[in-house]
Design a protein around this ligand. Structure first.
Ligand SMILES: CC(C)(COP(=O)(O)OP(=O)(O)OC[C@H]1O[C@@H](n2cnc3c(N)ncnc32)[C@H](O)[C@@H]1OP(=O)(O)O)[C@@H](O)C(=O)NCCC(=O)NCCS
Length: 192
């Protein structure tokens, strides 16, 4: 029988203490890593709107809508989501979120959500952000991470495979686009 998963304990304080940090990208540019707060809602909305809508299909919610990002900020405040932003000056270059629920049968799991702005891709931003999410997940005593992506998201599939995720399932026709076409959703996991 599995042992009990501890709650956040001092983990939440350790997570807060880790940020902000400045790190160098592959091209020498520097980004600041820090936790998202409610004050970032406008910047995150602008970031989400700059992404190709097709790249957001794997999400359960539409993060280009103000109400959705407001609710996201609420989940951060209530400890159900941790979001690490990579900021290039005042611009959001990427974000990675850890979604979890400490009071359910899946309290040992976290779900990772990740996106990087096109001008900042292939510079190691995703790698930096996923390292942070894994550190946070371990600090919060989570045991497994899940990632979702559509089968069209080949960059994401290559990336997650490279960092140790394995394919668990494909949910056929699981996602529907605005014009009513369906896409297949891949679920991958990584044990921590
Ligand atoms: C997938 C994504 C997050 C990668 O972000 P990124 O910052 O460009 O990734 P990194 O620079 O850290 O890449 C690390 C490695 O992943 C692999 N990789 C990343 N993008 C790739 C691509 N387009 N094609 C093939 N491999 C790729 C490479 O091995 C890369 O290492 P390299 O550049 O030294 O070859 C980004 O393309 C993205 O935001 N896509 C849209 C949203 C999405 O798919 N999110 C994932 C669902 S959770």
């Amino acid at each position: 029988m599995g042992s009990e998963t501890p709650g956040a304990g001092n983990g939440a304080a350790a997570v807060q203490a880790r940020y902000p940090r400045t790190v160098a990208l592959a091209d020498g540019r520097e980004v600041t890593l820090r936790l998202m707060t409610r004050e970032d809602v406008e910047a995150v909305l602008a970031f989400a709107k700059s992404l190709d809508p097709d790249e957001l299909l794997y999400l359960r919610v539409n993060i280009t809508e103000p109400g959705v990002v407001e609710r996201w900020a609420h989940y951060i405040e209530t400890g159900r989501t941790e979001t690490v932003l990579a900021l290039d000056g005042d611009t959001v270059a990427g974000e990675a979120s850890l979604l979890h629920n400490r009071t359910s049968w899946t309290r040992h799991l976290g779900e990772i959500r990740l996106q990087v702005a096109p001008p900042h891709r292939r510079l190691g931003v995703a790698r930096l952000l996923t390292d942070e999410v894994e550190w946070i997940a371990r600090t919060l005593s989570l045991r497994m991470l899940t990632a979702r992506m559509t089968l069209d998201q080949t960059a994401a599939q290559g990336f997650f495979r490279q960092i140790g995720y394995q394919r668990e399932a494909v949910l056929w026709d699981y996602v529907m686009t605005a014009d009513g076409k369906t896409r297949n959703l891949l679920v991958a996991t990584k044990r921590l």
